[in-house]
Structure formats: C-alpha cells, structure tokens
Unconditional design. Structure first.
Lengths: 162, 423
C-alpha cells in the first residue's frame, strides 16, 4: 500500500488499548470478530460508520496501555487505512508496523484535521493532505529499517525474506 | 559519550562497543515471554514463518495467567493452543494452573530473570524485571513470535530520564506511592520511548517488592523500561531464586539524561490515581470529599507479592470489611499464596470478610473475578484505571497501594490506614 484516502474519525489524547479493543473480547484472536468491537468503549458508533479506507486522527499517546496486538489488528480489520497522531505509545507503534498498519506521527496534521474531513496520505513522501480544507502537512517518514518491514507487509514476511 | 545502564546492556547484547539514543540495533534475547492472551496470536504468526521451531526451548516462558482457570470456552481454546505449542516445542518454562502465577511475579521468583538480561514479553508490564537490573520491555505478539523463532529483536536505543531517589519512606508509604507520585508528576506519556533509570541512596530503603512495583508501572508513564542498579538486596534475591549467572552493568558517570528528577521518599504520602488515567494523582491528604466505593481489589502483577499481602493483612487484622463492600485478595503466585497461608494472612483476610482467589490477572483488565457494574467504584492495587478497564464504561477505578486499598475496604470509602480507629 502506497497511499491512503478516506474520511476522518477524530479522537483526543491517550486513546488506550482498552477502549480500542476491550479485554472482555480478548478471548478471541479472530481479526473480523475483534474489528466488530473496535473503539467500542470510546465511540460506540465507530464500527457502524467506518468505511474501508477511513483514517483515524488523534492527539498525544495513541495506543497507550496494554501490549495487545489485538488493538492494531482490530483497527486494520475494521478497514482503517492509516492512523495519524501527534505521538504513539511505543508498544502500539511497534505492533502497528509489525502487522502492517500504516501509522504516522504528525502534530500539525493532528491539529489541522477535524472529524469528517477527507484526508489522503502518501506513505512514500509522508505528505498528508486535508482535501476538505485544502491544507497539507509533512508527516514523519519511517526510518529505512522500518520501511523495509512495512514494504514486506509486516515482520513475519520480512523475516521470511531474509 | 557515556552510556546509561540500559544502553550498556543493549550494547552488550548487540555485540557493539557502544550505542547511543536513537540508534536501531538487533539484540540477542535471554528470555521471550507470553501469556494466554498474547501467545495464541504469536503462535499463529510463528507458524507462518519459515523456521524449524523455537530458537531455544529453555529461553521461552509461557504463562497462562489472564483468564485462567479458564473463564469460558474461548479462553479454554486459547489456553489449549498455548499448552499444545509448549508440548510440541518442549518448552521448559510452561507453567500450568497449579504451578502458574501472574507472569511478572512468577518469573523472578522462578529465577528466570536476572541482572544484565535482555527480555521481551508480549505483555506491557514486562518492564517489571528492571527491578533486578535487567533490560526488559513489553512488545506485541508478532515481536514475540519473531523472538521465539530467532532469539533476536530490534530495538531503538532509548534516551533516558534519571530519578534520583533519596530519603526513607514513612509508614504506609510503599513502592506504589513512589511510582504513582512519579506518573502524576511526569504524566502518562512523560517517559514516552525512554528508559526510566532509578538511582540514589534512597533505593536501599525500598524492598525488592517495592522495586518490582515501581519498575512494573514504568509503562504507565509511557516508558520503554524502568531499571534499578544492582545492590546487595538484588544480589541476595537472585541468589535465593536463581542459579543463572547474572551480569552487573553500571551507568557511566558521563551518561546523558534528557531530564533528571529527585524523589525524596520521606516527603511522599499515600497516593491515589483518580479515574481515568494513572496520572490523575492526589495524596490522601488532598482528598477532602467523601468517596464511597463498592469493591476493593488487592493483587495483580503490580501489587500481589508477599509484602503487599502482609501490608493488607496488617490493616485488615482485627477489623472487618464494611457492609456491602466486596474485597477481593489475589496472591500473585502459588508460592506467595502458600506463604500467605503459612503466615496466617489468609485467615486474617477471610476473617475480615475478604475473599481470596487463586492467582489470576482477572479483574485488573476486566476479564473476570470482579467485574464492575455501571456506576460502581473500585479501589484497586492494579495498574490502570482507563475507561471500562474493570468492567462497565461508566465504572470507576482508583489506583492505590495495598495499605490504602485495605483501609478503604474497612471504611467503605477512600481512606488511608491512619484514618482507621485503633483495634
């Protein structure tokens, strides 16, 4: 995947993995089942409204808390094409890369994008465009090491290729 | 440029003479850990890898602890998946119900974590082992799978924050109050991507169980790891529990820290984190309103160790849990459970009207064994008070030490042990 384009769901600071996928559903590891409860404890309407390609934009420390990989898995399986945040919690950051969910840190974009905006992201350049508002931001590009993992669509394929 | 303690351990495991903050490295792993929630995902991922089996059957620990004894059919299937993988790969350190405990209390007790190790675990509280001078950090299931297959993991070498611990804590002030104070001070992302390096003469006034509690919650400040220097107490603990050789790393005098704080233990007070973030802290003296509660949980990888059981029992001894309050005590491992029994602590808990459970993470993450209904409040010695963490999205969790939790169980409202009538 080289680019993403979709409608934005906007959240604030410290969106934790317990609200992304509550632990009461962790007796399953099936992506589709997890996706059905994605964001349930912060936004009950998310799963009803989300369309393939949509984008999540948040403020600081997105994905804090538990190490559950079920969180990025649920987001990806719900159809989300990219998560943009001011900062990510470190385990979520690793997990997203490892399962091939594109994420970009960009404080300016987080401030300049509202819920419902149409946004596109170019992964090669890190350029984020707010189509609705006609604005543009430069996100932090991944270091080369991580780009290789993303290009392989996750850590498993990356290891298999080595 | 000098290196921090964390950086020295990482350099040694990457076979590099030196590393610096921000550098990407590949390090050899001494231990890879997983539980019943994260391991099934890791096992599925590992099966997609072109590898023969695990890198070293002695360097993997599998601990079903979150939803065991199995809480439902789906959890039972997860545990079965982990059990069969352990059998198939002859994993030495698989701990079945009856031997298991909450992973971060169990592994040090079993001698599987020692100073100088690099440890990853598919559980965010893997940072606990920093109390023994190891580099340990939480990762996801795919990292765990790669770790089990290759014995290696990639890391970005963290920058560091230094916490200079001085003074001696007052009675009823424990490791939980120290770490809640720090998180309140720097925030839930105050140490994001960084190592939290605890140093200073005050450390000698903290028991090993205090240090495990402090390192355990480094993640609640966003930290990559929390780490303590290796002193006589840590060495004595390792000698008692482990036959593995340990290596002591010390920070260079000219190591670089992004920030430095001094924590005077003598000035700390029992500290409580209000809903819905661990950074929303107040000392017991700052709480002027009456906060009635419904439940108390004393346990978890944060505060389910023998010191915690002893403190809770000291407060509950000769007293009784308030009418209508559920007080749930969960010793973190079988050995802690047994010791609590031998010391008469379990008798104290039961006579006080508390229930005592087999080791499980259950209520901490809203799994089972103490789920909250709408509008209910719980004082808990666990580590997270996020929205919905222990049950209904409109329930509330107040994080506190075992002393405050036990005192609150007696009064039925948030209380410090000093507020109780003498018995």
């Amino acid at each position: 995947m080289k680019a993403a384009k979709g409608t934005v769901f906007k959240y604030g600071d410290n969106v934790d993995t317990d609200v992304i996928i509550p632990a009461r559903y962790l007796n399953s590891s099936d992506p589709a089942e997890l996706a059905g409860h994605c964001m349930e404890d912060i936004d009950r309407d998310f799963i009803k409204k989300v369309k393939k390609g949509d984008i999540i934009v948040a403020d600081k420390n997105f994905g804090c808390g538990s190490s559950r990989e079920h969180a990025p898995i649920a987001i990806k399986a719900a159809g989300v094409s990219c998560v943009i945040a001011q900062t990510f919690a470190r385990i979520f950051y690793r997990n997203a890369i490892n399962i091939g969910l594109p994420i970009i840190e960009c404080p300016e974009a987080s401030k300049g994008i509202e819920a419902g905006d149409e946004v596109s992201v170019d992964f090669d350049s890190g350029v984020i465009r707010n189509i609705t508002k006609g604005t543009q931001f430069k996100g932090q590009a991944f270091p080369e090491f991580m780009q290789r993992i993303i290009a392989a669509e996750g850590l498993v394929n990356y290891i298999n290729q080595k | 440029m000098g290196m921090t303690m964390t950086q020295k351990i990482l350099a040694a495991h990457a076979a590099l003479p030196a590393v610096e903050a921000g550098q990407l490295i590949e390090a050899d792993l001494d231990l890879v850990l997983g539980n019943d929630i994260t391991s099934p995902v890791a096992i599925k991922e590992m099966e997609k890898m072109k590898v023969e089996g695990v890198f070293d059957k002695d360097k993997i620990a599998l601990v079903p602890d979150h939803f065991v004894p199995n809480k439902d059919i789906k959890s039972a299937e997860h545990c079965k998946c982990v059990r069969e993988f352990a059998r198939r790969n002859e994993i030495t350190n698989y701990f079945e119900v009856g031997e298991m405990g909450i992973e971060h209390a169990l592994l040090p007790e079993k001698g599987l974590t020692v100073a100088g190790d690099v440890i990853i675990g598919a559980d965010s509280h893997t940072c606990t082992y920093g109390a023994l001078g190891a580099f340990s950090t939480g990762v996801g299931s795919t990292d765990m799978a790669a770790g089990m297959a290759t014995g290696k993991a990639w890391f970005k070498v963290p920058a560091a924050i230094r916490f200079n611990i001085v003074g001696k804590p007052a009675r009823w002030v424990s490791g939980k109050d120290v770490i809640l104070h720090i998180i309140g001070m720097i925030g839930v992302d105050g140490a994001l991507y960084k190592s939290m390096e605890f140093v200073g003469e005050g450390i000698r006034n903290l028991s090993m169980d205090d240090r495990f509690t402090i390192a355990n919650m480094a993640i609640e400040a966003g930290g990559k790891n929390g780490i303590f220097p290796v002193d006589d107490l840590a060495i004595a603990y390792m000698k008692e529990h482990s036959e593995r050789p340990y290596t002591i790393y010390e920070a260079d005098a000219d190591a670089v820290y992004d920030a430095e704080y001094t924590i005077d233990l003598s000035r700390l007070r029992p500290t409580i984190a209000f809903p819905h973030l661990p950074e929303n802290t107040r000392t017991i003296d700052e709480i002027t309103e009456d906060i009635p509660i419904d439940q108390v949980v004393i346990g978890s990888c944060t505060n389910g160790r023998i010191d915690d059981m002893r403190i809770a029992a000291q407060v509950l001894k000769g007293r009784h849990v308030a009418p209508g309050i559920r007080c749930i005590v969960i010793p973190a491992t079988q050995s802690i459970y047994l010791r609590a029994m031998e010391e008469g602590l379990l008798k104290t808990f039961i006579e006080a009207g508390a229930v005592v459970s087999t080791p499980t993470c259950g209520p901490c993450l809203g799994g089972y064994m103490g789920i909250l209904a709408e509008g209910e409040r719980c004082v808990s010695t666990t580590n997270r008070n996020f929205v919905g963490r222990m049950g209904h999205v409109k329930s509330e969790i107040y994080l506190a030490s075992p002393a405050v939790a036990a005192a609150s169980a007696i009064t039925g409202r948030i209380s410090g042990p000093d507020q109780l009538k003498a018995v």
